[in-house]
Design a protein. Structure first.
Length: 268
């Protein structure tokens, strides 16, 4: 359907070398968009990203090393974007810090240290806001654009401790509170920007994946699947269509919403 066609569109994707970065990039490029991808300088190279680039070529996919917390680096990336591709039509705020179980590093809630809380809030909320300022400003000047903030099911519900109680550590592992708090804040930021920028033709929405299959231990997967109405974790293919929907003209009258893609996890 032509409504979902992104041919000729320019997209910016942050966190390009992370777990979901290539998923968003592939979805956008398969639909016809050119992608200006970004990740910080210490992010390791990713074979999957290189594979996508080899398929589409450097004229369709570029990688910039830019830290979303550095305004100077973002402005430099913006100038390169304008030189290489032109002003963006789509921005995917994907970069962020997750906090999966880490052997030897667990705390009771009252003992969680500052360095496990503040960096997550700063990157996941302020980082997305700053990227939206720098690149969304170009959309405002153009009078059109779609910003998609990547949320999480934990923006809506608290983590179920029972999903993690099989993990052997002392004290028992708890999903750190900063992650869900940051994603909940990102949803409110989504609504805020949507309300203020709608008159300028810029739509702002959130896409919140549920648990995405990829290396989790079997006990966790079994428990997560039992907790999810659809009985399974998300596969990468499940995420691509919703992203293209929010990026394309198919969602031209949609702004300020959170689209859960979680197999019904937050429905009960």
């Amino acid at each position: 359907m032509t409504l979902f066609d992104l041919t000729g569109k320019i997209a910016v994707v942050t966190g390009a070398l992370g777990k979901l970065g290539p998923v968003w990039i592939e979805a956008l490029m398969d639909s016809g968009a050119s992608v200006y991808a970004m990740d910080h300088s210490s992010a390791p190279d990713l074979a999957r990203f290189d594979d996508i680039k080899s398929r589409y070529g450097p004229d369709k996919l570029r990688l910039a090393r830019a830290d979303i917390l550095s305004r100077e680096e973002l402005i430099s990336a913006r100038e390169e974007l304008l030189e290489v591709f032109g002003p963006p039509d789509i921005l995917v705020n994907n970069a962020g810090i997750d906090q999966p179980p880490e052997p030897g590093r667990s705390y009771t809630i009252d003992q969680i240290p500052e360095d496990m809380f503040l960096p997550t809030i700063t990157v996941n909320v302020f980082g997305a806001f700053q990227v939206s300022q720098v690149f969304g400003g170009l959309m405002l000047k153009k009078g059109s654009g779609s910003i998609i903030n990547i949320g999480s099911l934990y923006a809506t519900v608290s983590p179920d401790p029972g999903l993690y109680d099989h993990i052997r550590c002392d004290p028992p592992f708890v999903k750190p509170p900063a992650y869900g708090a940051s994603k909940a804040a990102l949803l409110n930021l989504t609504r805020y920007l949507a309300a203020h920028w709608a008159k300028d033709g810029v739509r702002v929405n959130a896409l919140s994946p549920g648990g995405v299959a990829g290396g989790q231990d079997e006990k966790f997967k079994q428990k997560f699947n039992r907790r999810t109405p659809m009985g399974r974790m998300a596969e990468e293919a499940d995420l691509k269509g919703p992203l293209v929907f929010l990026a394309s003209g198919a969602s031209s009258y949609v702004t300020g919403v959170n689209l859960p893609v979680d197999g019904g996890f937050t429905a009960w």
